[in-house]
Design a protein around this ligand. Structure first.
Ligand SMILES: O=C(O)C(=O)[C@H](O)CO
Ligand SMILES: [Mg+2]
Length: 254
């Protein structure tokens, strides 16, 4: 079985932010990810990680524009100065929190100029912080209308153009299923070399499971394919629990 991490921006949200760490540890997780930790002093998040023996896998950048705002702007021509400013800021957080991965969000954009901007911004980030690993993740059009990176083939094209060893794919079974209708096939085609994996059922983005209320993805088979591919990173549970308490949604872990 893969090593599973808990996304604390979606899991354990029935608890205040700083209490989610202990709840994740009690549930057996050894690693977590936090999409936007920027409203909280990094030292408080760091303390909660250490107190609960947790590793931080990933944070998102640039901040803090997701909830109600623009989902990133790395592909927006003209936003380069702001991009650099925000990457410098997110690197300070990543450093203090020991976040292994930074997910760079492309934002709403279209066309060749957007693609060139995204590639150039990612190259700048990769060269500016060669010891840091960055990811990009295709997001589906229903959740993120107009988001530039909305397809796995496009992500592969962007990564080939970026051509840096510290920039890689963030595969999310939920988005892969929503975009292409075939989460397993997309893993088989694009999973090799992925930096990070996230999971959630589609279309309801609930806990991994199959059938009524969860959708068609066979997660046991997907986990086996991920293991067979040699992927050694974390597989992060990024879903909205269908149960009131997150721990009651964790049956899929066993
Ligand atoms: O929406 C997702 O699947 C993500 O992983 C993004 O990072 C959301 O911020
Ligand atoms: Mg995701």
């Amino acid at each position: 079985m893969p090593r599973f991490a808990a996304n604390l921006s979606l899991l354990f949200c029935e608890l205040p932010y700083l209490d989610r760490f202990a709840a994740a540890a009690r549930a057996g997780f050894e690693a977590v990810e936090i999409l936007f930790p920027y409203d909280i002093a990094a030292r408080d998040t760091r303390r909660a990680l250490i107190a609960n023996g947790l590793q931080l896998v990933l944070i998102n950048a640039p901040p803090p524009n997701y909830t109600g705002g623009m989902p990133g702007f790395a592909a927006l021509p003209g936003g380069e100065d702001r991009f650099r400013h925000d990457i410098r800021r997110v690197l300070r957080y990543a450093d203090e929190l020991r976040a292994g991965l930074i997910h760079v969000m492309a934002g709403p954009a279209q066309g060749a100029a957007a693609q060139e901007t995204l590639v150039a911004n990612l190259q700048w980030a990769a060269d500016h912080a060669p010891g840091q690993r960055f990811t990009i993740e295709p997001l589906n059009d229903t959740d993120q209308p107009g988001y530039f990176l909305n397809d796995y083939a496009l992500a592969a094209e962007v990564l080939a153009a970026v051509d840096r060893p510290n920039v890689g794919l963030q595969y999310d079974a939920y988005h892969a299923q929503m975009i292409h209708g075939d989460a397993a096939g997309i893993w088989d085609r694009y999973g090799a070399g992925a930096f990070h994996v996230q999971i959630g059922a589609a279309p309801d983005r609930s806990e991994p499971g199959r059938g009524p209320g969860h959708g068609p993805v066979d997660f046991a088979a997907l986990f086996a394919a991920i293991d067979a591919s040699g992927y050694a990173g974390w597989v992060s549970a990024e879903y909205t629990p269908s149960t009131r308490r997150t721990e009651d949604s964790l049956g899929w872990l066993t």
